[in-house]
Design a protein around this ligand. Sequence first.
Ligand code: GRG
Length: 311
Amino acid sequence: CYDARHHIHNSATSTVEDQSDPFSLVADELSILADRLRSMVVAEVPKLASAAEYFFKMGVEGKRFRPTVLLLMATALNMPVSVSSADRLSPASVVDNLETQLRRRQQCIAEITEMIHVASLLHDDVLDDADTRRGVCSLNSVMGNKLAVLAGDFLLSRACVALASLHNTEVVTLLAKVVEHLVTGETMQMTTTSEQRLNMQYYMDKTYFKTASLISNSCKAIALLAGQTAEAATLAYEYGKNLGLAYQLIDDVLDYTGTSASLGKGSLSDIRHGIVTAPLLFAIEEFPQLGEVVQRGLDNPADIDLALDYL
Ligand code: GRG
């Protein structure tokens, strides 16, 4: 994760396209995305404006993983725009224009996805009472929980307006449903019973809702806008789903292995909140006695230390 953050800042300033660095392939578009996000979060009430702008204007950009994947997928899937026989006689600039419009619509999906993602981070930090995010103080710790929740709502509203501007009901439905999935995943995490917390399938379902749904459905949206077949759109969805699941699994491992500096937030936060993720579930498969410790609830610091000894 740290490397990705490092890459993105290098890419944005690099003029040489490095074919082996996916971030650099879309560096120009990522910089347009940053500008557009800044211009889209202007609110009329100054307090709300400064809250909503917190992450977009401070240069605290995160890794931009989702927009990068989406822009790369657009590059891979866009076919030459088909033109009617009348248009075929038109100058090449007409075709260029259609291709530019398609790309712009796909960039809009990347912006919407990042706004939904940041809205979920703002709410998540309130729910977790987290004081650090993206290596700086979380918005809730600087401006309070109430403004952080409202700033998240504001970003969601801006995402909805941008979504509506695409005039594509299927894409609107896909991304609207993702917000429900994010809420579902978070609720599953908050209400896990002692039986569910040791169940790998429950963890994977929660991980789909919490992380993979946004990536998979936005990948599908990119394919649909590109005019791909339903089969190809489903493949784009499956690709995004597996990538999203892998991304969360790695994130969960890094919570154990990373440092606060490399993570941009505190480490060991899952186990300290009693949240059981993949590293612990795999360790329980190897050491069943660890399952008993985890089943007790991890409310006790001594149990957390005991569990960490097994990892
Ligand atoms: C208001 C949309 C909305 C949702 C409310 C709080 C909540 C329901 C959902 C939280 C979902 C959540 C925080 C999932 C974790 C996803 C995840 C892997 C976050 C970290 O993503 P990175 O590493 O972060 O891409 P950066 O900062 O780099 O963007």
